[in-house]
Design a protein around this ligand. Sequence first.
Ligand code: NI
Length: 152
Amino acid sequence: MSAPLMAGMSAPLTVLAAPRLELTRVYHFSAAHRLVSPRLDAEANARLYGHCARPHGHNYYLEVTVAGCPDPLTGMSVDLGRLDAIVAGAVIDRVDHYALEEVPALAGVVTTGESLARAFWGLIRNAGPEVALVQVTVVETAKNRFEYRGGE
Ligand code: NI
């Protein structure tokens, strides 16, 4: 039971209709890669990419940001189990502990952080078209994070 409103008091605010929130879920994978552009010869690749033209690996983080409106009953905006399943199937299971250049889903991708972010966006989008994808971020090192929000 609520107390009656006193003079000068305004009515309490009710929950806004369909508030939109964003949620970021963090995933992890380890993978080997090397930066090699098929459009360049070996010498040009070595000159352009330096150490990164040689096989090496990263402990990557993949951050997936989605939008949703909290369900009035549960308070949750996103089914995290469903999101986890989508991201695992679309990306993590395909790349974890593989050489990225050998991953069929990444065929033709020069595995820079920029290109991985775009490729992962597409893979997640295709696997879960019902997910309101906002941003895909690839964290390659403590110094490098690559954020893709769709479009060109
Ligand atoms: Ni690298």
